[in-house]
Design a protein around this ligand. Structure first.
Ligand code: NAD
Length: 471
């Protein structure tokens, strides 16, 4: 979607500069925070069928102020150095905002994964990983990739296996990548983490009455009309959590068609229809929108772009009807669109905060891999025994019995999934409150993106100051 005359990285820098004016750091420190520390561009041959294809790929480590660097790997024909640099920079700020002690990184392979067999994709992924190993761009303490657009747990399994075979003595090899399947050292809750984080973040935004009154909305998620673009990992899970919380999913947009139904669309039924027919179009009772970009412009309260960057730009921003835009994708709004929407009074919840659920749970996965123990393993039974003692004491003091149903609920000790979800919920709620504090209390700051950048710059700036700079 990026147009050739638009630099995504410059767009991120523009937002950074706008926010930097509200911080106290010297020009040198600000320059260091902004700079991309290391950029790897590789071209490698892979045998495909009877021939050889030369594949172009990148890994960017934006910031080393905390290690390892962290960020996804995307497979897309849109991959280019500018895009990977921008996404790596956003990862630096994102980690700071949600208090995840990592620097930012990002990777990309310029391929259309739909054109390759699984066998060929495995060869490309493994060769890319060995290139990263050769150049010291992967490792539990150096740089830890994760899934992103066009990749999933499957690719992460190939990466961890390749890394482990090249580093047989590394007892922490599992922690070289996150977003792995559970059997390969993954953590429960990682798959849905970004979508769930998007839900927690928007839910928190909708909890502030004075903010909702300004938008002409009531508090809470129930009854809010939602449009989601991209029914992939992030969009699908976000859609499910909104639906489960009582929102009405009025619109869904995919690359080959969009649908709208003011009465609501059942997400799983739409997904099943898409799997069967190849597209969302002609879903029962819904209106077809063949020109997908018009899908973004339909009536709704909350619009969630969860596909690619730059989908809302100067030419369509004025036609957006949503009161809240939740940036689930990275960079779905161009800076021009940002300004137009700000003038319209739309609340834009920025990407580097809102889609931080993935990296937050990736952090939990990395910690699990380094500690070599499943969450909940040590405390689950202990907690259950303590809860039983408390119930017994209450029963004997009051001479009343707790019902069997209540007993079962109270007695349950935490499983891994419970701890991961509650850690994510706490992170998303706490970070929103931090950003909103800045937004409300900093004169001259009129948008959440600038507030989020200020939040990130303050934390990273202090870190650089206290780190000291090599002479
Ligand atoms: P994904 O590949 O699972 O899903 C992307 C979806 O978007 C697919 O269903 C695809 O068909 C659809 N799509 C592609 N082009 C489209 C278009 N023009 N219009 C509408 N739909 C289109 O990817 P994902 O992991 O869900 O990532 C989506 C976005 O979220 C990306 O910007 C990514 O950087 C960001 N993100 C992902 C994660 C994560 O944990 N997966 C974390 C943070 C941010």
């Amino acid at each position: 979607m990026s147009t050739s005359d638009y630099s995504f990285f410059k767009g991120v820098e523009r937002s950074f500069d706008k926010a930097a004016k509200f911080t106290r750091f010297s020009a040198g420190i600000l320059e260091q925070i902004k700079a991309c520390n290391s950029i790897l561009r590789v071209k490698f041959p892979v045998r495909i069928g009877d021939g050889v294809e030369v594949i172009e790929a990148y890994r960017v480590q934006h910031s080393h102020h905390k290690l390892p660097c962290k960020g996804g790997i995307r497979f897309s024909m849109e991959v280019n150095q500018d895009e990977v640099m921008a996404l790596a920079a956003l990862m630096t700020y994102k980690c700071a905002i949600v208090n995840v002690p990592f620097g930012g990184g990002k990777g990309g392979i310029k391929i259309d994964s739909k054109k390759y067999s699984v066998f060929d994709l495995e060869k490309i992924t493994r060769r890319y990983t060995s290139e990263l190993c050769k150049k010291n761009f992967i490792g539990p303490g150096i740089d830890v990739p994760a899934p992103d657009y066009g990749t999933s747990g499957r690719e992460m399994s190939w990466i961890v296996d390749t890394y482990s075979s090249l580093n047989p003595n590394d007892v922490n090899a599992m922690a070289c990548v996150t977003g792995k399947p559970i059997s390969q050292g993954g953590v429960r809750g990682r798959v849905e983490a970004t979508g769930l984080g998007v839900f927690f973040g928007i839910r928190e935004a909708c909890a502030f009455e004075e903010d909702m009154v300004k938008l002409g909305l009531t508090t809470g998620i129930r009854g809010k009309r939602v449009i989601i673009q991209g029914l992939g990992n992030v969009g699908y899970h976000a859609a499910k959590y909104f639906q489960n919380a009582g929102a009405i999913i009025v619109g869904l947009i995919e690359y080959n068609g969009a649908i709208y139904d003011a009465n609501g669309i059942d997400v799983d039924m739409a997904q099943a229809h898409r799997a069967k027919s190849g597209s969302l179009l002609n879903f029962p009772n819904a209106r077809n929108i063949e020109n997908i970009s018009e899908g973004l412009e339909q009536a709704c309260d909350i619009l969630i772009p969860a596909a690619l960057e730059s989908v809302i730009h100067k030419d369509n921003a004025s036609r957006i009807q949503a009161k809240i835009i939740g940036e689930a994708a990275n960079g779905p709004l161009t800076p021009d669109a940002d300004e137009i929407l700000l003038r319209k009074g739309v609340l834009v919840i920025p990407d580097m905060y809102l889609n931080a659920g993935g990296v937050t749970v990736s952090y939990f996965e990395w910690l699990k891999n380094l500690s070599h123990v499943r969450y909940g393993r040590l405390e689950k039974r202990f907690s259950e025994n303590r809860y039983a003692e408390i119930i017994n004491s209450v029963e004997s003091m009051t001479n009343k019995k707790v019902s069997e149903v209540e007993r079962k609920i109270i007695l349950k000790g935490p499983d891994e999934i419970d701890l991961v979800h509650s850690g994510l919920e706490d992170t998303m709620m706490g970070s929103y409150q931090e950003i909103r504090e800045i937004y409300v209390n900093t004169p001259g700051v009129d948008d959440m993106r600038t507030a989020a950048f200020i939040c990130a710059i303050n934390k990273i700036g202090v870190s650089y100051e206290e780190l000291g700079i090599f002479p």
